[in-house]
Structure formats: structure tokens, C-alpha cells
Design a protein around this ligand. Structure first.
Ligand SMILES: O=C(O)c1ccccc1NCC(=O)[C@H](O)[C@H](O)COP(=O)(O)O
Length: 256
């Protein structure tokens, strides 16, 4: 599944490249106002921080919510106290788009994450041109030299890479990169199985000073509390926010 998702996202990007050549996209990306400081926004605090996701559908859960106006949902997230907004831009299984990201960028003043299956430089430029401040890199999807190259490029463009791991070995690879923002995804992207205890097992591998994000499988306050006790600085939440009142849900999570 992960390989299919990555191949699909790369294919879609290659089609867009037919219309917008690399050099033109690069010029557009470089002309954007500077990216927001996501590390400062997500820095450890005396409460859990939340990266709130715009998520219409997913391979594991099917359709979740219509979200005709992602910018309106993102504005609610910001009003509710989210520290950043994650926008799924993958089209085929998550029903997202770069247009969603651009609309969200215009509506909020907190950092915005491009959440997609990123495998090449063109996709990184697309993220910056659409106004992203953060870009997801999935360790399991990329050989280390490619991961290093894309990590460097994201930073050179002034954005922050969120480096996502799902095993102890992948966390070690993220740490080797010098990642400043590491996400541990409870969801195995190959099987969709959820492991809420994984974060607690690997959190100690993440050095002090690196921001630790627990991703996926937050369905209630007890899940947020468990991640907090295990050392998470932030949680990345999709389904629970798009299927419940976002403001009330955020308020409960931010009290942890
Ligand atoms: O959500 C999925 O089914 C999924 C399947 C395959 C690859 C990625 C997938 N999701 C991306 C994410 O990591 C989540 O959207 C994100 O962490 C929020 O998760 P949740 O709060 O459980 O919706």
C-alpha cells in the first residue's frame, strides 16, 4: 500500500509537471513569503500541542467527512488553539489537493503541513509554491540518501521537515538525519494496524531538543493523555477532529 501510494503521488506530480515545468515552479516557490517557524510553533510547552488535520477520506477508513471548504475548517482549528494545520494533498485515496493547501494557507496564520507521499524534488517545490511551512517525509518510503537529499532541500527552502517513523530502526534513521521534528506514526502504513503503545517504546531514542510528535490513533482525551505521559510534545489528529465538533475536541485535547 505504501509503495502504491507513493507511486500514485509521484505519477500525479509528473502529470502536473507537464503543465508547470520545474524551472517555473522553482521560481514560484522562491518568490513566496518566507515559511513560518514551525519548530517554534510546536516547541514543548506545559500542555500538549495539536497539529490538526484536514482529512476527507483515507485508505483505512474510507470517507470521513465532506469538507467542501477546507479553509473554513482550518480557520476553526486555528480559533480552537491548534498549533499547526496538516493538509492531506494526496488525491487518489485521501481526496485532497494542493488547491486545499493553498486555500488553507490563505485562511490561517499558523504553520501548514503538506501531508502527502513525497519522493522527489518537484513535490517539495510544489509544497513551498502552495505556501506550505512543513513537509512530511516518511522514512519507510525512502532510501536514506533520498531522505537526506529531500530533508536538506526542504530546509534550504526555509521549511521544516516532519520526519515520520514507525519502527525503532526508522526512528534511528530520522535521528541520523539530524531531524528536528520527528513523528512516530501509530499506524503501520503497510497494514493499517494501529499500535498506540509504539510511541512510548521509541520515544527515548529521540534526543532532547528534538520536537516529538505522536501521529494517528487519537480518538479521545485518554489517547492524548497516554501520548503525553510517554513524552509527546504534540499530537497529529485527523479523524477525531473531522468527525466531531473541532473546537470542543481541540479544547479537550489542549487541556492535557
Ligand atoms: O489514515 C490512513 O488510513 C492512512 C493510510 C495509509 C497511509 C497514511 C494514512 N494516514 C495518514 C496519517 O498519518 C493520518 O492521516 C494522520 O496521522 C492522522 O491520523 P488519524 O488521527 O488516525 O486520522
Amino acid at each position: 500500500m505504501l509503495e502504491q501510494l507513493l507511486a500514485g503521488s509521484l505519477e500525479d506530480a509528473a502529470e502536473r509537471r507537464e503543465l508547470m515545468p520545474y524551472a517555473r515552479l522553482e521560481a514560484e516557490a522562491l518568490s513566496r513569503p518566507a515559511a513560518l517557524d514551525a519548530l517554534a510553533a510546536l516547541a514543548p510547552a506545559d500542555h500538549m500541542k495539536v497539529i490538526a488535520e484536514v482529512k476527507r477520506a483515507s485508505p483505512s477508513r474510507g470517507d470521513l467527512a465532506d469538507i467542501p471548504e477546507p479553509q473554513a475548517l482550518a480557520a476553526q482549528y486555528e480559533a480552537g488553539g491548534a498549533s499547526a494545520v496538516s493538509v492531506l494533498t494526496e488525491q487518489r485515496r485521501f481526496k485532497g489537493s494542493l488547491a486545499d493547501l493553498e486555500a488553507v494557507r490563505k485562511a490561517v496564520s499558523i504553520p501548514v503541513l503538506r501531508k502527502d507521499f513525497i519522493g522527489d524534488e518537484y513535490q517539495v517545490l510544489e509544497a513551498r509554491a502552495a505556501g506550505a511551512d512543513l513537509v512530511l517525509l516518511i522514512v519507510a518510503a525512502l532510501p536514506q540518501p533520498r531522505l537526506e537529499r529531500l530533508h536538506t532541500m526542504i530546509r534550504e527552502l526555509g521549511m521544516t521537515p516532519l520526519v515520520e517513523a514507525h519502527t525503532a530502526d526508522e526512528v534511528a534513521r530520522a535521528v541520523d538525519l539530524g531531524a528536528q521534528l520527528i513523528g512516530v506514526n501509530a499506524r503501520d502504513l503497510r497494514t493499517f494496524e494501529l499500535d498506540r503503545e509504539l510511541f512510548g517504546r521509541v520515544a527515548d531514542q529521540i534526543p532532547a531538543g528534538v520536537v516529538r510528535v505522536a501521529e494517528s490513533a487519537v480518538l479521545d482525551v485518554a489517547d492524548v493523555q497516554r501520548y503525553r505521559e510517554a513524552g509527546a510534545d504534540a499530537v497529529l489528529v485527523g479523524e477525531a477532529l473531522v468527525t466531531n465538533d473541532p473546537i470542543a475536541t481541540l479544547s479537550a485535547y489542549l487541556s492535557v
